[in-house]
Write a protein of this length. Structure first.
Length: 63
């Protein structure tokens, strides 16, 4: 079984005052608060979600 590449994603700003769909993208990624980090499988869908909110979240590490 091949090892899956993972992304460490960190929330860097609050979604307060942002459109509701941006807030929903953060929730879909599993991010709850500023400086919260989650590990997600590196897929085009996950990268697309992060690309929609580059001002709110960042990719910290790729492994």
């Amino acid at each position: 079984m091949a090892k899956q590449n993972m992304l460490r994603i960190r929330q860097i700003r609050s979604p307060i005052g942002r459109p509701k769909n941006q807030h929903e993208v953060l929730r879909s990624l599993g991010l709850r608060r500023i400086r919260h980090e989650v590990m997600r499988v590196d897929t085009p869908a996950v990268r697309g979600m992060v690309a929609k909110i580059p001002h709110l979240a960042e990719i910290v590490e790729e492994s």
